[in-house]
Design a protein around this ligand. Structure first.
Ligand SMILES: NC(=O)c1ccc[n+]([C@@H]2O[C@H](COP(=O)([O-])OP(=O)(O)OC[C@H]3O[C@@H](n4cnc5c(N)ncnc54)[C@H](OP(=O)(O)O)[C@@H]3O)[C@@H](O)[C@H]2O)c1
Length: 346
């Protein structure tokens, strides 16, 4: 077996020298693997929500067109990095082969079912056939293969949770885990896109961490998401609004916080232009955590400057220590959350 680089540099075709994520093209030949790679027989792609929403809109909702766009992305790049949003997603599959250099060094064996926890935007991927597109949950069943590099992280699919349920929660595991680390007792937390997948997980975690002295406020776009979130009971306040309209959102949050605004705002939407609603609803001393892949650094930085806000802004790293465990634990410890996730995603 040929020797591979820890970060997968050996698979980068162009431009040479860059890491696999920013690369324009990866080698997705899976006939032979390198000694430090894991070959995965792919069952399902969980496309990142911002990416899938963009592809869905470009295709006008037509499934054949969605398949065409996805195949074209992989054909051109050897991976599934959306050229518009730059984002990927993750996958569910079965370990087919483990490189010689990794054997005995990792807690995996051939035949294990895993979810990759590194982005599809850096994962060498080959799609042989698109079998089913589930637009409502951004999941696509395929026949195909993928490579996990030595530095790539993964989670074994737990036996006590349905695999599609675990997959959808693991896709956004960074968000609830960061929420757990950022939120302190007594904080006022504002969650934008609170009725979505990562939004609901963040609301649950925020409720846990703020305790009875804190406040959790959720903004949903659709009434149905808001109704579902109210029923879950994690938020003190839930309202319906459009996060691309910062002024009305700011006014509502001001009323709900007696003009004090929020200590932490977590942005979980899947559409662009919501930076300023996030900034304006947060105290000067507060933190905005941009988990959304549709976030623009320029709009956030220049927009905050433009309104004289000293807020601290965090880029939503998809990974934080213990993120998979924290997220799956939420589904284990809260029956209602698990029921909603099962109904929506499993
Ligand atoms: N940072 C990372 O590493 C990472 C990893 C994975 C995913 N992500 C990103 O995280 C974001 C959330 O992912 P997800 O899977 O949780 O998505 P999701 O389930 O599709 O949720 C997105 C939410 O955005 C809300 N929304 C849409 N337009 C809105 C508007 N104008 N105003 C207010 N809310 C609006 C939707 O509200 P309704 O339900 O009411 O329609 C929905 O609940 C996406 O941008 C995704 O790309 C980031």
């Amino acid at each position: 077996m040929k020797q591979g680089d820890k970060y997968g540099l050996h698979r980068v075709i162009k431009p040479k020298g860059v890491l696999p994520q920013p690369a324009d093209k990866l080698d997705n030949n899976m006939d032979e693997i390198y000694d430090n790679e894991i070959l995965i027989d792919v069952l399902t792609l969980n496309i990142d929500s911002a990416s899938f929403t963009q592809i869905y809109e470009q295709a006008g909702g037509n499934e054949e067109k969605i398949a065409e766009i996805m195949l074209d992305i992989v054909e051109k790049q050897g991976k599934h990095r959306n050229p518009v949003t730059g984002s990927g997603g993750m996958l569910l599959g079965v370990v087919e082969k483990i490189g010689d250099a990794l054997k005995g060094k990792i807690d995996l064996k051939e035949g294990d079912k895993i979810a990759t926890l590194v982005s599809l935007s850096l994962t060498p991927l080959r799609i042989d056939k698109i079998k089913e597109i589930r637009s409502d949950v951004d999941q696509v069943d395929i026949d195909g293969k993928a490579i996990l590099f030595e530095s790539g992280i993964y989670a074994k699919i737990p036996e006590d949770l349905p695999e599609k349920l675990a997959l959808s929660a693991l896709d956004v595991a960074g968000a609830p885990a960061q929420t757990a680390k950022l939120v302190k007792p007594g904080d006022t937390v504002f969650i934008i896109g609170a009725g979505g997948k990562s939004g609901m997980l963040c609301c649950y975690e925020a409720r846990k961490r703020t305790g009875v002295t804190g406040k959790v406020i959720g903004l949903c776009y659709s009434q149905s998401s808001a109704d579902r979130l109210v029923k879950l009971g994690f938020c003190d306040e839930v309202f319906v609004g459009d996060a691309t309209q910062p002024i009305p959102v700011m006014k509502t949050v001001s009323e709900l916080t007696n003009g004090e605004m929020c200590d932490i705002t977590i942005n979980n939407v899947n559409i662009p232009d919501t930076e300023m609603a996030s900034v304006l609803c947060t105290k000067d001393t507060g933190i905005v955590y941009f988990f959304s892949m549709a976030t623009s650094f320029t709009k956030a930085a220049l927009g905050a400057e433009g309104v004289g806000s000293d807020v601290t802004m965090l880029i939503g790293n998809g990974y934080t220590k213990g993120h998979a465990e924290i997220t799956l634990q939420e589904l284990r410890e809260n029956d209602q959350l698990r029921e909603v996730f099962t109904e929506l995603y499993a």
